[in-house]
Design a protein around this ligand. Structure first.
Ligand code: F6P
Length: 550
């Protein structure tokens, strides 16, 4: 039944990398840079207006070659082809994985079960275009004839994080009169805070849920519908509610006409769905043209990923570097720092993309895995985070690899703001790599006139060991095309990591258990019976909360 193959960590390629890692632990990046002034050129890749400089990593030619051999051993190239050809690589759910089809601008046929999926995708894209333009131009208006200028996305996980991140990233392209809101959390506060701000006559709700069974989304949608009906009456809903889902039956059951539904398909994973109608709010906010440019950017990355040799392939190289630290240096975290205020939500988006995809401990051959899979992803916009967790990046007991994302030009070139921002990011990656030796620290302290006793007392605190790796990803500007490229780059990087780790990157079974238990606890919290039976901690907490809520 299972095509059992030997585990990747038992391969010759893995063993070789273990040996190389032992050696590399003793090598300083600053020395490698001193010896080779072509290092940055050698370890950089360019695509369109994007440059990825991965030279500030603890790699040399031997390591790079060995990582590429590992990728070959894991058959990365074949697995890339399998995805683009619509093979059912989501083996636990028996589905193809075709977010790439959503942005297949060449419109070449892509088959799933013998059927070309492109005509259906194009039909929905045309519907997104028509509807988004109608809303923007005031042709599709609210029940009382007013223009819909408050757009509220109701969804969670992949039905929230992607569109929310993209709307924020492209805010500069939004008309001033428009406001976009996102309700995801079941916490009533999420709903209340949005409903307090918007006017029912000018509000459009987009209920996004792949399954249309997610309790948070359905509860929030019901609350919003009641609020609308209380204000405008039952008949108003068709002018103020649309749905995005794969589940027409549940959409109808909820009371949204399928005419007002935008379809997507099982071959699009939730966290890979911002290119589908889940991105409807993006198209409304920034215009369909810009939405298409975002698709085109992702498509450019797809074509690169599909055709570039492994050593020149940006997502492959980034994945291999991440595996290098994760599996051979025992590093458990990865930080992403966009130096662009508009990319504030990118780290949160990537947390779901990467950790929901690759936070797995069973492999594709049905075995428990004995090596580390997904790192913990965290981050935030620079320079803010320089003043929160960067201390640990510089002087924490273990290193944390970083991705720095920079636009050379800001959407808001005010005075010298952007130059100061750019200087900061370049300083950070340089400081992380170069560090400051104790000797250098002592010289600085002496130059400040400190006594030799003080110099000796402070020298270690002022030392930066350096040798801390980072990738620098530069764009000219974060426009819709660039955003598409960036996000697709991370999607493919995630896939390659999953391929090497031999895991099912496209399911999310780990989220289920908590959901099941919540359904059991809910009636216990709501009911009057005291005979709840859980572990003694959970039982006591249920009783305490019930008491507090009386
Ligand atoms: O968190 C689990 C999950 O299934 C995600 O994968 C998904 O993005 C999210 O819930 C929302 O699911 P849906 O779009 O079906 O409401």
């Amino acid at each position: 039944m299972f095509n059992l193959k030997s585990e990747i960590n038992k391969s010759m390629q893995w063993k070789r990398l273990e040996k190389l890692a032992k050696k590399m632990r003793k090598i300083e990046m600053r020395d490698m840079f001193a010896k080779d002034d072509k290092r940055a050129e050698k370890y950089s890749l360019k695509l369109e207006n994007m440059l990825v400089d991965f030279s500030k990593n603890r790699i040399d030619d031997k390591v790079f070659k060995a990582l590429l051999s590992l990728a070959k051993k894991a058959k990365v190239q074949n697995k890339i082809t399998d995805m683009f050809e619509g093979k059912k690589i989501n083996i636990t759910e028996n589905r193809a994985v075709l977010h790439v089809a959503l942005r297949n601008r060449e419109n070449t046929p892509i088959y799933v079960d013998g059927e070309n999926v492109m005509p259906e995708i194009n039909k929905v894209l045309a519907k997104i275009k028509d509807f988004s333009e109608a809303v923007r131009l005031g042709k599709f208006v609210g029940y009382t004839g007013k223009k819909l200028t408050n757009i509220v996305n109701i969804g969670i996980g992949g039905s929230d994080l992607g569109p929310k991140m993209a709307v924020e990233a492209l805010k500069k392209y939004m008309p001033k009169e428009m406001n976009c809101y996102f309700i995801s959390n079941i916490d009533g506060t999420a709903c209340a805070e949005v409903l307090n701000k918007v006017d029912p006559e000018t509000t459009l709700f987009i209920v996004c849920s792949k399954t249309f069974t997610t309790i948070e989304t359905l509860t929030n949608a019901k609350t919003c519908r009641k609020w609308l009906i209380d204000a405008l009456g039952e008949h108003a809903t068709s002018k103020h509610f649309v749905a995005v889902s794969t589940n027409a039956k549940e959409v109808e059951k909820f009371g949204i006409d399928v005419e007002n539904m935008f379809e997507f398909w099982d071959f699009v994973g939730g966290r890979y769905s911002m290119w589908s109608a889940i991105g409807l709010i993006v198209a409304i906010a920034v215009g369909y043209d810009n939405f298409e440019k975002m698709l085109a950017g992702a498509n450019a990355m797809d074509n690169h990923f599909k055709t570039a040799d492994l050593d020149k392939n940006i997502p492959v190289v980034l994945a291999l570097i991440s595996i290098w630290y994760n599996n051979f240096f025992n590093v458990r975290n990865h930080v992403v720092v966009p130096y662009d205020q508009y990319l504030t939500y990118l780290p949160a988006y990537l947390q779901q993309l990467i950790m929901e995809s690759n936070g797995k401990y069973v492999d594709l051959d049905n075995r428990f895995i004995k090596y580390q899979t997904s790192p913990v992803i965290f981050g935030g916009a620079g320079t803010d985070v320089q003043h929160s967790f960067f201390q640990m990046l510089h002087q924490g007991t273990s290193f944390i690899p970083c991705d720095f994302i920079i636009p050379a030009i800001s959407h808001n070139e005010i005075g010298e703001h952007h130059e100061i921002l750019l200087a900061n990011i370049l300083a950070q990656s340089e400081a992380l790599m170069m560090g400051k030796t104790t000797k250098e620290a002592m010289e600085e302290l002496k130059a400040k006139g400190l006594s030799s006793e003080e110099v000796n007392r402070l020298k270690k605190y002022k030392t930066f060991k350096g040798n801390r790796p980072s990738n620098t990803i530069i764009f000219k500007k974060i426009d819709p095309f660039a955003l598409g490229m960036l996000v697709a780059m991370y999607e493919h990087k995630t896939y390659v990591e999953g391929v090497v780790w031999n895991i099912a990157s496209f399911d999310q079974m780990g989220v289920e258990l908590g959901k099941q238990l919540a359904l059991r606890i809910l009636p216990e919290l709501q009911g009057n019976k005291d005979d709840v039976k859980h572990d003694c901690s959970t039982t006591a907490l249920i009783k305490l909360i019930k008491g507090l809520r009386k």
